[in-house]
Design a protein around this ligand. Structure first.
Ligand SMILES: Cc1cc2nc3c(=O)[nH]c(=O)nc-3n(C[C@H](O)[C@H](O)[C@H](O)COP(=O)(O)O)c2cc1C
Length: 332
């Protein structure tokens, strides 16, 4: 039991949700949003039927990350999913029971979201309707607006009001693309080590998994494999990128402080009509790319803790989708 977490560094025993598209209501070629915005390329397009479809194990080709992006972008509410993505064995076993339900912050847990929405405050509306956006317009985001959302980050609570973060804001799209391409080179190497193991690679992956547990998590590699086939695979063509840098010497847990700060930025952006998408892959890649870090003047004690792509969403994702239940233990 003690060594459970080191048990298996490679392909897990996994259970996938069921994906369903109502062909009666789907408008197919007139839209294609689910296909174009699927972050993992799980949703494919049939030129024969002019409709989206999924394939592979359990219909999911081992790539779906349960983000419900397809449900959010569908203008005709044709897509639904049941069941959840579960890792049944191996080191990253998912133990939680999966029950999906819509936001129900009020006492009547059975009321449909449309009925309670009118009672929500502006803040709650932003929280429940924000989605990660993965398809951006070419329209640039003004410096003033970027400054405004970073201000929301600056006003985040932090342990000891220590504020262990700083930002890098990039609006040079060639530079954003360069980060994407250079990051993908590293990520591709890690992914291939894991997904295409020969004897040597398997030993290496297992050894690395002892010392770099989070970097060798099995879950992100399958989506990354699909993302690798896209051209705009990390930042989805966003015209602006914010790097959140964390001061490793922060009081208590600077990672948590930086995360709270990042979410303030994301929520403010949504409230101001902007679309955002976190990218953790790129943050990981920065750790392996000293040349890129130097380019942005990132040196100890600073670390890229996450990246946020910012722009104007090409499709409206403003839509509450189900989330897994989170058990609450009450002590009254
Ligand atoms: C720290 C962090 C890292 C993330 N990294 C990625 C990423 O690399 N690529 C991506 O497409 N989405 C990324 N996401 C977005 C999540 O996939 C998304 O938040 C989740 O699926 C829920 O969907 P929603 O944001 O649309 O509600 C990340 C989110 C967080 C909080």
């Amino acid at each position: 039991m003690m060594f459970e977490k080191f048990r298996k560094a490679y392909a897990p025993d996994t259970h996938w949700p069921q994906w369903y598209n109502d062909r009666e209501t789907c408008i197919g070629d007139k839209c294609r949003f689910c296909f174009e915005t699927c972050p993992t390329g799980t949703i494919k397009w049939s030129s024969k039927t002019g409709m989206p479809y999924v394939s592979g194990v359990g219909g999911f080709d081992k790539a779906c990350i349960n983000c419900y992006n397809c449900i959010a972008v569908c203008p005709t509410h044709s897509i639904s999913m049941s069941g959840g993505y579960k890792v049944l064995g191996g080191r990253y076993k998912t133990v939680k029971e999966s029950i999906l339900r819509l936001p129900m912050p009020f006492t009547d847990r059975n009321a449909p979201y449309s009925e309670i929405e009118k009672d929500l405050t502006e803040v709650e509306r932003v929280i429940y309707r924000r989605r990660s956006n993965r398809i951006f317009k070419d329209t640039a985001v003004s410096e003033a607006l970027l400054h405004r959302i970073m201000e929301a980050g600056r006003y985040a609570p932090t342990a000891g009001n220590n504020m262990p973060f700083t930002f890098v804001a990039i609006t040079d799209t060639a530079l954003i693309r360069e980060i994407e391409v250079r990051s993908m080179k590293v990520l591709r190497w890690l992914k291939n080590l894991y997904l295409n193991p020969n004897f040597i690679k398997k030993i290496l992956a297992t050894l690395m998994s002892y010392f770099m547990i989070r970097q060798m998590d099995q879950r992100p590699f399958f989506p990354l494999d699909k993302a690798d086939r896209r051209n705009d695979n990390l930042f989805y063509g966003a015209p602006a990128l914010i790097l959140i840098l964390m001061d490793k010497r922060g009081i208590s847990d600077p990672n948590l402080d930086a995360g709270i700060c990042a979410q303030n930025i994301v929520l403010a952006a949504h409230a101001l009509g902007l679309g955002t998408c976190y990218n953790g892959y790129a943050a990981t890649a920065f750790g392996y790319l000293p040349g890129l870090r130097k380019r942005f003047g990132i040196a100890y004690p600073w670390k890229v803790v996450t990246t946020i792509a910012v722009g104007y969403a090409k499709v409206k994702t403003d839509h509450a989708v189900p989330r897994e239940d989170v058990p609450v233990r009450w002590f009254k």
